[in-house]
Design a protein around this ligand. Sequence first.
Ligand SMILES: *Cc1c(COP(=O)(O)O)cnc(C)c1O
Ligand code: SF4
Length: 348
Amino acid sequence: MDGNTPLRPAQTIPDLVADGLTLAEDTPVLTRVAQDFRLRLTPQMRAASQLSEGIARQFVPTAAELIERPEDRFDPIGDDTHAPVPGLTHRYPDRVILHVTKTCEVYCRFCFRRETVGDTGHLPPDQLEAAIAYIARTPAIWEVILTGGDPLVLSARRIADLVARLAAIPHVGVLRLHTRVPVVAPDRITGALIAALKQHPSVWVVVHTNHADELTDDARAALARLADAGIPLLSQSVLLRGVNDSAEALEALFRALIRLRVKPYYLHHCDLARGAGHFRTTIEEGQAIMAALRGRLSGTALPTYVLDIPGGYGKVPIGPEYLAQDPQGWTVTDPNGQPHRYEDPEPR
Ligand SMILES: *Cc1c(COP(=O)(O)O)cnc(C)c1O
Ligand code: SF4
């Protein structure tokens, strides 16, 4: 940790005023925002927000969050439409997401689960038992994805217990964790935590990160500890207006991730969370950014741009599209925007 890192998290508007991140005169309105949507910055992100606009905008509340738009939703990705038992979402046959906690180390102003995160902490033990029992009696479940909130806010001991339980279910071939902890609270990535994760023979960690400035020295070291332990790392990012909505910003992020041995996996189109409309770009803008990155960035560094279809219908790639079909065959567009003809072989 560097010498400027404050020792405690920021959890109130006065904390942010003290840091120079908000104006004292905005305290009343921002206090209203913070009552509606929880506020927390870890010491690391508190320090980093003072240096980077791209970070501050993700965590520091603004009055724009009070604006509700007709398209806003309470459950933007439909977590609740496929919940066989509380805390478990089973939308795709071969995998489930297990919401082990509703707590996070930071609260992102655009969070797609902002209506539910932060309120009740860990999944109660009886519900966790019921979720594990459901997984154990459902052989189609090949992968369990731990999410939240953020699963890595749990103690290493709790994670060790949970991973051991899941590792004992023979049909669960893969365990995946979706987390922001390695970036926002890197000191939680301890030897004990890594040992807890490694109890499963195929554990994958997907890191949520949206801006290259988040990858502080401490975050880089935490990611290196995971990679050195042999844990495959992927990333997911959210396309956010004012944070990373340019080819330059995303190129810097994706290059930094690849150097850190993290494969960019998904770039999410921003979901329809309430009060987060100011973060949304259009799909066309997102496609233009992805098109600009294609050809300029290694294929290894390019994530898939996806939309989680509102209502719980699943995630799908949303382009840009390089192929158009006509009765004679296909037109393929190259990374420079030039069209080329392609014909399928004759049917045999
Ligand atoms: C995103 C998501 C998954 C994981 O999807 P992948 O495309 O495999 O990363 C699984 N279940 C639900 C309900 C999801 O929202
Ligand atoms: S870390 Fe994830 S779940 Fe937690 S507030 Fe941010 S986006 Fe939401």
